[in-house]
Design a protein around this ligand. Structure first.
Ligand SMILES: *[C@@H]1O[C@H](CO)[C@@H](O)[C@H](O)[C@H]1NC(C)=O
Ligand SMILES: *[C@@H]1O[C@H](CO)[C@@H](O)[C@H](O)[C@H]1NC(C)=O
Ligand SMILES: *[C@@H]1O[C@H](CO)[C@@H](O)[C@H](O)[C@H]1NC(C)=O
Ligand SMILES: *[C@@H]1O[C@H](CO)[C@@H](O)[C@H](O)[C@H]1NC(C)=O
Ligand SMILES: *[C@@H]1O[C@H](CO)[C@@H](O)[C@H](O)[C@H]1NC(C)=O
Length: 407
């Protein structure tokens, strides 16, 4: 009897729960772009329809959903502007957004899809196809002066708080794929970035002037840095990311301007770098600056055929121009490399080249094991790698091969 009573009350509770969830999802209005005139046809401009659906959702005081069904939608360029009336707007995308193949359509606007001044937005799924091929070709083979300077980023989240991006794919962006600037609390997970290794300036995810940004369970193949962190990137968490081809995971370039916010509290954990030009890199211009990099942890990184697996380069100065005295003002301190393993395509697998004006301090390496495999395919010719280290004070090393000696 008692048991029967219990099971029936469980059943009643379950039914009530189902009714409640159904009611909750029914009360969440859905603004489908197809109701505002979009067409799943890459030749029909759906920009206005997308902006209309957004502005309905954004001005609704209830949590609401913007829905993009399956199919390819042509979007010229779009700014999804906040603030919105509710702090819970879901943008659910089953389809693909296609950018103009002709780069002069967007020209110097800098952004293709921009979310600006939003608070509480979730972007779920979707493919962003930047159609960057014509612009890359202009940059690589054309007259550089004819290519737009402020070329287009596929997705830019700017001046926003509490944004979650889950399951998005960004392909063939003209320039950076995803940029997070001026933001607080942005979480990216299960993001896929794809572009050819030869595509210029196609950084995967760029974080600048933002705090509390996480990038997890993501795969990035592109022509520039897989992840780059610029001035003012703070409290960044990167975990379970695979990178390659690409230029690796980078802090920098920093220190171009004199007054510059620093980078601090960055964790990069459980990452694979495969056939990338760099692995874990910190790069600063050889110029005076008040910037800094501090409290960085690189942990559990596996390198496979990486050209420069561990690199601090504080003498960055392409063409030796605009770097008086070539000493970087950026102070690099408390950078830990814990459990970094794998293979290097160049003999010097660890290069710590700090500023002579501001030596690095608190560089710590523990369980670092890197071997030199040369440039051929496979790892048939495994050899001992070398390390170089200048202007680094207070370096601490435990179980490190190649042996690092700092001068
Ligand atoms: C599209 O880009 C142009 C600049 O090329 C800009 O003036 C315009 O505001 C942008 N439109 C939207 C909807 O973002
Ligand atoms: C979002 O808004 C609701 C209703 O106004 C409020 O109860 C909730 O605390 C807000 N959540 C956040 C994260 O700001
Ligand atoms: C991320 O990957 C880990 C390990 O595979 C898994 O446990 C976790 O559930 C994943 N998270 C998401 C959001 O996919
Ligand atoms: C460092 O950043 C993480 C998020 O990446 C945050 O949880 C943690 O509180 C930060 N630590 C400090 C000391 O601010
Ligand atoms: C890294 O590579 C290993 C071995 O191939 C694999 O098991 C692991 O899932 C990869 N991790 C990521 C984050 O891709």
């Amino acid at each position: 009897m008692l048991n029967l009573y219990h099971s029936s009350s469980v059943l009643v509770a379950a039914v009530l729960f189902l009714i409640a969830t159904a009611a909750a999802s029914a009360s969440r209005p859905v603004y489908s772009v197809t109701n505002y005139g979009s067409r799943a046809d890459p030749k029909t401009d759906s920009t206005t329809a997308f902006l209309d659906a957004w502005s309905r959702a954004c001005s609704d005081p209830r949590p609401s959903t913007v829905y993009v069904p399956n199919g390819k939608f042509y979007i010229r360029n779009a700014t999804f502007e906040g603030p919105c009336r509710s702090n819970d707007t879901l943008v659910r995308v089953d389809g693909t957004l296609v950018a103009p193949a002709d780069y002069s359509v967007i020209g110097d606007a800098g952004n293709w899809i921009l979310f600006h001044s939003v608070d509480g937005v979730r972007i779920s799924g979707g493919i962003l196809d930047g159609q960057g091929i014509a612009l890359w070709s202009c940059k690589l083979h054309g007259q550089k002066k004819d290519c737009p300077l402020g070329a287009t980023q596929n997705l830019h989240i700017s001046n926003s708080n509490n944004v979650a991006i889950d399951g998005l794919t960004s392909t063939n962006s003209q320039m950076f794929h995803i940029a997070i600037t001026g933001c607080r609390n942005v979480n990216l997970q299960r993001v896929t970035v794809t572009a050819p290794g030869s595509s210029p300036n196609t950084d995967g995810i760029h974080v600048g002037l933002s705090t509390l940004v996480s990038i997890t369970n993501s795969t990035i193949s592109t022509g520039d840095d897989c992840i780059s962190m610029g001035p003012g990137a703070r409290n960044v968490w990167i975990e379970r990311v695979a990178c390659g081809p690409g230029h690796g995971i980078s802090i920098g370039s920093l220190g171009w301007t004199y007054q510059e916010p620093g980078v601090e509290n960055v964790t990069v954990k459980t990452v694979n770098l495969t056939e990338t030009t760099n692995g874990l890199r910190i790069k600063t211009w050889g110029r005076p600056s008040s910037g800094f990099v501090r409290d960085v942890l690189f942990q559990h990184a596996v390198m496979e055929g990486v050209q420069n697996p561990i690199l601090i380069d504080q003498n960055y100065c392409p063409g030796n121009r605009n770097c008086p005295g070539r000493a970087s003002g950026v102070e690099v301190s408390d950078v830990r490399y814990w459990n970094v393993r794998g293979t290097s395509r160049t003999e010097v697998a660890v290069r710590i080249d700090c500023s002579k004006a501001n030596p690095c301090s608190g560089i710590q390496m523990r369980d670092v094991a890197l071997a030199y495999v040369g440039s051929g395919s496979g790892s048939a010719s495994m050899e001992a790698a070398a390390a170089s280290c200048t202007n680094a004070r207070g370096t601490s090393l435990t179980y490190v091969t190649p042996v690092v000696k700092c001068s």
